[in-house]
Design a protein around this ligand. Structure first.
Ligand SMILES: NC(=O)c1ccc[n+]([C@@H]2O[C@H](COP(=O)([O-])OP(=O)(O)OC[C@H]3O[C@@H](n4cnc5c(N)ncnc54)[C@H](O)[C@@H]3O)[C@@H](O)[C@H]2O)c1
Length: 325
């Protein structure tokens, strides 16, 4: 079975692609390599804008997994127009072209960000989505563009992921648990902007497993699935990370609490992913921290711009604009 992973050289793809290979899939990655290439050398990586993929090129794949686009709020807010192009138009274009080419399944990396600011309710996939910020709106548009193409010959699945954290060969320290881990280790402090805000969390190894389950699902399966392992408040997450880092390093970690307003607050039900996809994640926040700590020697300079999407994006865009001037 042949799978194309669009945006597969990113943070999630760098864990997911090796998992697909381990499972015996033939995999091609198409990626602009904004963050370099940290995939194993045996992976075929095509450096290319996904907008340039034609139906002829896609016809050889059984499934396409879409992990591309702008992957957080700061990037989306830095260039909102580019955000809507890459997060809303691009998945729609690629799914449309894939369907035309006869590809059987398209899996889209959506986000629980689409739920916006909710109050005291566990949100499932049938609940209303009311976000008002560029990243969330564009992820929802991308999801809708892809999903409405489903029919008996073309399965479309959107995984609404919680905040992903944990170690990847293409590392990010701009994701909640990873940021707290970095700050606890480097500065002995975790700053919590708003302890009452809810976030669903998922280890990057387990979101990769969710994408694998989506690729393997019965051809009749299409639709939206929330994927997360646990819903916790930011205050709870900070407490667990601090305790685990103290246990692993023997150093005291101080928690600094602020009261900054947040526009994202949600906890989600993952019952549908459990019953339809057989997805049952097990890793806790403490497991994520322990795995980050196991890889600590690989991070070398924790302040490297490469670990922060917005810094890379800012530097690359500035370079592009300069070159064009
Ligand atoms: N990381 C999270 O916490 C999280 C949570 C929810 C949803 N998501 C979604 O999951 C997906 C993957 O996230 P990630 O953290 O791995 O992102 P990432 O930023 O690490 O990787 C994205 C990759 O897509 C590539 N890309 C972007 N636009 C492209 C284009 N037009 N053509 C070719 N390649 C292109 C980039 O070069 C990069 O390698 C994203 O769609 C993101 O919105 C991520």
């Amino acid at each position: 079975m042949r799978v194309m992973v669009a945006g597969g050289a990113g943070y999630i793809g760098s864990v997911f692609v090796p998992l697909l290979l381990e499972q015996g899939y033939q995999v091609d990655v198409v990626d602009l390599l904004w963050f370099g290439n940290h995939l194993p050398p045996n992976v075929k990586v095509i450096k290319k804008d996904l907008f340039d993929c034609t139906a002829d090129e896609l016809a050889k794949y059984d499934s396409i997994v879409f992990l591309a686009g702008l992957s957080n709020d700061p990037m989306a807010e830095f260039r909102p127009s580019m955000n809507f192009i890459h997060n809303a138009a691009l998945p729609s274009y690629l799914a449309y072209t894939a369907k035309k080419a006869g590809v059987r399944r398209f899996v889209y990396a959506s986000s629980c960000s689409v739920y916006g600011y909710t109050v005291d309710k566990l949100y499932d996939e049938d609940c209303p989505v009311t976000c008002g910020y560029p990243y969330g709106i564009s992820k929802l548009q991308g999801e809708r563009g892809v999903l409405q193409m489903a029919d008996e010959k073309f399965s479309t699945i959107a995984l609404r992921q919680g905040t992903i954290s944990g170690h990847s060969p293409r590392m990010r320290f701009d994701l909640i648990v990873n940021t707290m881990f970095r700050n606890a280790v480097c500065e002995g402090t975790i700053t919590i902007n708003n302890p009452a805000i809810w976030r669903p969390i998922l280890d990057v190894r387990e979101t990769s497993l969710a994408f694998l389950r989506a690729v393997q699902a019965d051809p009749s399966v299409s639709g939206v699935f929330n994927v997360a392992s646990e819903n916790l408040t930011v205050g709870q997450i900070g407490g667990i990370v601090a305790k685990e880092v103290e246990r692993l390093t023997g150093d005291k970690v101080e928690i600094v609490t602020k009261n900054v307003q947040d526009f994202r607050n949600y906890k989600v039900s993952c019952d549908r992913a459990r019953s339809v996809l057989g997805f049952a994640p097990k890793f806790t926040i403490a497991d994520i921290v322990r795995n980050l700590h196991r890889h600590i020697e690989e991070y070398d300079d924790f302040a490297d711009d490469a670990f922060f999407n917005i810094k890379v994006f800012h530097n690359q865009l500035a370079g592009t604009l300069k070159a064009a001037a």
